[in-house]
Design a protein around this ligand. Structure first.
Ligand code: GLU
Length: 328
């Protein structure tokens, strides 16, 4: 590998079957890297062990292969940045955590889920972390911490700076300039009270350690990006370019991933949908082709480019496209 090689990844959580929305993200991430002649890695994000199951890993890999996506490195292939499974990389998260602790970037938080659930209503718009943490434990004295520690083991939160360059970035696919209010993102958890490292920490450590240059993922993680950029900064790591693709919704605006199970890749396959049809439907949704037509994922490599809507406007998978997908 030389320094100009672009490196991307798809990093599913093995907590269920991949659905049409995951297929779209995986396809876009893969196309971006294949178009650039780069290297593509598959990483299994099973850091949240209670939610993850080994059997989903093989089913997800099988679905991606069916779709026409390949990878140069992954849990099944190995590679220069192995292991590609987060549960085998915890030593790296420990090290990063120790560095954040020694630089005073973390504090123990004793708030329970119940305390936090009582907070103000759900956040507006998409939020990958729930309501911003209001900072109850931010300024506890050592004596207060010791008193609380007698009853409960704490989670560890990252002091999100009140303002930071991390809260502004340019999306590398759409070119949109995204701005967040750092303060309203709140201090986020890097290690839970049960000892599980958070997605934010693990993904940052892994993308940096795997020399990923291009992250492309769904708009549901848009507000994770400034948090991760803040972690890159705190850890002195070089951040990749970030791109986000819009979510897919049905005509009533409901996210497809939240709908019934009929749009998992496995069920599409069972209903006789060919991968070329799914790829064609996703390509027309994105605007990479004008009209839906069957094509292999590799035929899209030269056609890949920005998506036709802004990151925060869902792509509408309407009845007409659904009918076409099923053979209309
Ligand atoms: N593991 C995350 C998920 O499945 C995606 C992580 C990422 O792409 O940053 O939602």
């Amino acid at each position: 590998m030389n320094h100009t090689t672009r490196r991307g990844r798809f990093a599913p959580t093995p907590s269920g079957l991949l659905h049409l929305g995951n297929a779209f993200t995986a396809l876009a991430a893969w196309l971006q890297i294949r178009q650039a002649g780069g290297e593509f890695a598959l990483r299994v994000e099973d850091i949240d062990k209670p939610r993850s199951r080994q059997e989903w890993v093989s089913l997800q890999l099988q679905d991606l292969k069916w779709l026409g996506i390949d990878w140069d490195e992954g849990p099944d292939l190995g590679g220069a940045y192995a292991p590609y499974t987060q549960s085998e990389r915890e030593n790296l998260y420990e090290e990063a955590l120790a560095r954040l602790i020694s630089s005073g970037m973390l504090y123990p938080c004793y708030c329970s889920r119940k305390d936090l659930a009582q907070l103000a209503s759900a956040p507006h718009g998409l939020s990958s972390e729930g309501p911003a943490y209001p900072g109850f434990c931010r300024h506890l004295t050592e004596a207060e911490q010791a008193a609380k520690a007698a009853d409960k083991s704490p989670s560890l939160r990252f002091f999100m700076p009140a303002s930071s360059p991390a809260c502004q970035f340019r999306d590398s696919l759409s070119g949109e300039n995204l701005r967040f209010d750092c303060e309203s993102l709140g201090d986020f958890v890097v290690r839970r009270a049960d000892g599980i490292f958070s997605y934010q920490l693990a993904v940052t450590v892994d993308d940096a350690a795997m020399a990923i240059t291009d992250v492309l993922r769904g708009a549901d993680l848009l507000d994770s990006t400034p948090r991760q950029l803040a972690l890159y900064e705190a850890l002195g790591l070089h951040a990749p370019a970030f791109a986000h693709v819009p979510l897919i919704a049905d005509a009533s605006g409901e996210r497809l991933s939240k709908r019934d199970k009929s749009l998992t890749l496995a069920s599409l396959r069972e209903r006789g949908v060919r991968p070329e049809r799914l790829v064609g439907a996703l390509a027309s949704l994105a605007g990479w082709i004008d009209q839906p037509r069957e094509l292999h994922a590799s035929e899209l490599i030269s056609l890949f480019g920005p998506i036709k809507t802004k990151i925060n406007s869902p792509l509408i998978f309407d009845r007409e496209l659904e009918a076409w997908l099923f053979g209309g």
